[in-house]
Design a protein. Structure first.
Ligand code: GLY
Length: 352
């Protein structure tokens, strides 16, 4: 098992290992006295792992209650968020108790926001069961629900107390969901880790799972340490996301997050080249690695259909939007574009 400390304003540890789910209770018991642990999960993950996690916590003296909702991005809404809060209040959960987020990004983001807001904040633990959440959303304290106007528009920065990642659980994902995580891993490679990018060129990633996860999280740790509240360097993690989120929304979430980010990375690399920002053609190697893992590289929608969504991106700051642009493979930069000039900036997408 490997571990990594996240140096946010409240530091916490991430543990990464194979077949470690049974030991979660012991790890939690090192940090919390026996109390009520509210597991928040979805129906698919509950079928696979709920009993194991529940038993592991109960063996250490925790009393376990569970809230499960339907799997998928459509569940990440204010209605289900409200239902979870009412459930916890009905069970009289206190600030001395804790929440366990068991699942992928939807579960983690929503359980995290519940933890941030219930009683103005109770502790929570992330137990990611998807590649995507293991290397991104379970770490760094971004919690959220979607609004009708867009993804993650209501939320809070609220760090977990512990992240427990049993990467054996990633094996029960469908290939498509696993590939969502690959796209995010490619993002880390393009951002600042050429060796990781090289490792991702391999077709079979299982042999290298632990080092791949560690490399991604090491970079995330550095950016969170530098800029926990996402005002500067951490925004680099949005490579491919401004276009990706808009494409994801345009598809009504039938194009999943990682797939949309894959398309977003290719498009912004093409724009960066056409606008003379990048020092090399980054799109070609990005396309090569994405195709190796059967990820999409083209948007099914013309740019003008999702331009307004981009203009309303939550990362908009006054009149400008920060795009993350690749300069080389392993080096990206923030590039602010005035909203009024955005159409011209993104024009190369229409031409490609
Ligand atoms: N998922 C991007 C971030 O945590 O900042």
């Amino acid at each position: 098992m490997r571990s990594l400390t996240i140096h946010a304003h409240t530091p916490y540890n991430i543990y990464i290992g194979n077949h470690i789910l049974n030991d979660l209770g012991k790890a939690v018991a090192k940090e919390f006295s026996p109390c009520t642990a509210a597991i928040i999960t979805d129906d698919i993950v509950a079928n696979l792992y709920l009993d194991k996690v529940k038993n592991s916590l109960e063996r250490q003296g925790f009393q376990v209650i569970t809230f499960s909702f339907p799997n998928g991005e459509h569940s990440k809404n204010l209605t289900i968020y409200g239902e979870i809060l009412e459930f916890l209040a009905g069970k009289q959960l206190t600030r001395g108790d804790l929440i366990v987020a068991l699942g992928g990004g939807v579960v983690g983001d929503m359980a995290g926001f519940v933890a941030a807001s219930y009683l103005r904040g109770i502790p929570y633990i992330q137990v990611p069961t998807t590649f995507l959440s293991a290397i991104d959303s379970s770490v760094g304290g971004k919690t959220a629900v979607n609004l009708k106007a867009g993804k993650n528009l209501a939320g809070a920065f609220y760090q977990p107390s512990l992240v427990w990642c049993d990467y054996e659980t990633l094996k029960t994902q469908t290939y498509d969901r696993f590939a969502d995580g690959i796209a995010e891993a490619v993002k880390y490679g393009v951002l600042g880790d050429k060796e990781l990018f090289r490792m991702l060129r391999e077709e079979d990633l299982w042999e290298q799972m632990e080092p791949i996860i560690l490399r991604c999280l090491t970079m995330k740790e550095r950016l969170v340490r530098e800029d926990e509240f996402d005002r500067g360097a951490r925004q680099l993690l949005n490579l491919g996301h401004t276009l990706g989120h808009a494409i994801e929304k345009e598809s009504d979430f039938t194009i999943t997050h990682g797939h949309a980010v894959a398309i977003g990375m290719v498009l912004i690399a093409k724009v960066a080249k056409a606008q003379g920002i990048s020092e090399m053609d980054c799109a070609a190697p990005i396309i090569e690695v994405l195709q190796k893992h059967h990820l999409p590289i083209e948007s099914p929608y013309p740019i003008d259909t999702y331009l307004d969504t981009i203009k309303n991106d939550k990362k908009r700051n006054g009149d400008s939007i920060q795009f993350v642009v690749p300069k080389t493979i392993g080096h990206c930069a923030l590039h602010a574009v005035d909203v009024n000039k955005m159409e011209a900036f993104l024009q190369p997408i229409g031409e490609s």
